[in-house]
Write a protein that binds this ligand. Structure first.
Ligand code: SF4
Length: 460
């Protein structure tokens, strides 16, 4: 399922145009006008709706008075990946959805104002935070994505010495690698990584825990470990033909377009089927359009009501010309004599009255409804693999790869290991949003600080 690569995809100029940030930022005048519409509510519902509890009226007030450093500091103080979240948060379901002005006129454009303030911070690069005085404790963080960075930043501010072990060559997790650049340019995520490094956090990239660093070494050398390794690539569907040329893993597909290397996924022929209907599936579909695909279909075995992509993502995909085949499941991928994809065999589905564990109605194939879809590429986007190997090496309890933690202490079944982010998402725990991962990182950091403060007071 390795991505077939070629140099023929699109030119550097086309790439720059097609993969540049799609939504323009606010101008100074528009930001000031929007900020001045805010009612600066007491007990503001927008704050309560933000998983990281950003003081939204406070940062908006600072924009209104021209204090952009103060605005950016208020945002980044609550959310160490606040610049990325300004671009990828489902704001209409969170802060903007809760804004009191929904009833009167239209909600404040909180996401765009957040972006306006954090863009200023990126451009001006003024220091916003400092590391705390050393408390003599050392913490290892496994994973340099939003949860790991957030935890590391908070720990550094509390005086812990922090080392982040990141398996990839660049930290930032999905923000750096897995969200399309026309929604989230890579430099935004890398700027957030730099902010964490500036607090003295040692981010060791290209280092795999369990391979390059033994788990025992981490447990022996550090006072605590935070597991924030996220999830892996897309699992196999388990159907015939997944090994054919032209079958892609959606995350690798998107990743190949984060920067222009001339080494982009080939979509020769231009007809792409994306299997799945989550956030990454939408990203893969819209990416395909911008790579020059002539027809992009999302194939999903349920209906629009059950898709996990957000409404704004669905609307964006529709605007980009992406088509949706609801109640359709892939059966096998068919190739030609050269081993290249030519068709996707699908079957029509219907929803039964029975609901699965997640409450969604279960789909079932309609016998005899198989049909062939002519395609040149198939992108698999049916979720992400769990970090089972690493979880087993660490020996922490899990439910089918979802690490189990104690809600209050954020501890796993191992007394020295805490967990945050996508490793704890699923099985009724957490939310798969960047902003939730950031909050979970903060919670893990606070739990560690509290555990050592409690230990110190007992020792005294
Ligand atoms: Fe401003 Fe809306 Fe928040 Fe009230 S709810 S403080 S109007 S953004």
């Amino acid at each position: 399922m390795e991505a077939r690569k070629t140099t023929i995809a699109i030119s550097a100029n086309d790439f720059s145009r097609n993969f540049a940030e799609a939504v323009p930022g606010l101008t100074r005048k528009a930001a000031a006008e929007e900020a001045n519409r805010c009612l600066y509510c007491y007990d503001a519902p927008c704050i309560r709706a933000c998983p990281t509890s950003i003081n939204i009226p406070s940062f908006i007030k600072r924009i209104a008075t021209g204090n952009l450093k103060g605005a950016a500091t208020a945002i980044m103080d609550a959310n160490p990946v606040g610049a990325s979240c300004a671009r990828v948060c489902p704001t209409e379901e969170l802060c903007e959805g809760a804004c009191v002005l929904n009833d009167a006129s239209k909600p404040i454009q909180i996401g765009l104002l957040q972006r306006y303030a954090t863009d200023w911070a990126m451009e001006n690069d003024k220091p916003m935070f400092r590391a705390g005085p050393s408390n003599g404790r050392k913490i290892a963080v496994i994973g340099g994505g939003p949860a790991g960075l957030s935890a590391a930043r908070e720990l550094a501010r509390d005086g812990f010495a922090v080392v982040v072990y990141e398996a990839r060559d660049l930290a930032g997790g999905l923000d750096t690698h897995g969200i399309v650049s026309f929604r989230l340019p890579q430099q935004v995520s890398l700027w957030e990584v730099e902010q964490v490094k500036k607090l003295g956090v040692d981010i060791r990239t290209g280092v795999k825990v369990g391979e390059d660093v033994p788990v025992e070494e981490l447990l022996d050398s550090y006072d605590a470990v935070i597991l924030a390794a996220g999830m892996g690539y897309v699992p196999r569907l388990g159907i015939e033909g997944e090994e054919l040329a032209g079958v892609y893993d959606a995350i690798k597909f998107v990743e190949a377009t984060k920067t222009y290397t001339g080494d982009l996924p080939e979509i020769e022929g231009g007809r792409v089927a994306v299997i799945g209907a989550g956030n990454t599936a939408i990203d893969a579909a819209t990416c395909s359009v911008r790579l020059g695909a002539t027809n992009v279909k999302m194939v999903y075995r349920r209906t629009r009501d059950e898709m996990t992509a957000y409404a704004f993502e669905y609307d964006f995909a529709k605007q980009e010309g992406v088509e949706f085949s609801w109640l359709t499941a892939p059966k096998r991928i068919i190739g030609d004599e050269k081993g290249r994809v030519t068709h996707l065999e699908c079957v029509r589905m219907e929803l039964s009255e029975d609901a699965g564990k997640d409450g969604r109605r279960l789909p079932a194939p309609i016998p005899g409804s198989e049909f062939l879809l002519p395609v040149d590429a198939v992108v698999l986007a049916i979720g992400q693999e769990r970090r089972r190997g690493l979880i087993d090496l660490l020996g922490v309890a899990h439910d089918r790869g979802v690490v189990l933690i104690e809600e209050e202490t954020r501890r796993t079944s191992h007394p020295k290991i805490y967990a945050a982010g996508d490793v704890i998402f699923g099985a009724g725990q957490g939310e798969a949003m960047v902003v939730s991962a950031a909050e979970q990182g903060k919670l893990a950091a606070r739990a560690i600080a509290k555990a050592f403060a409690d230990a110190n007071s007992i020792a005294i």
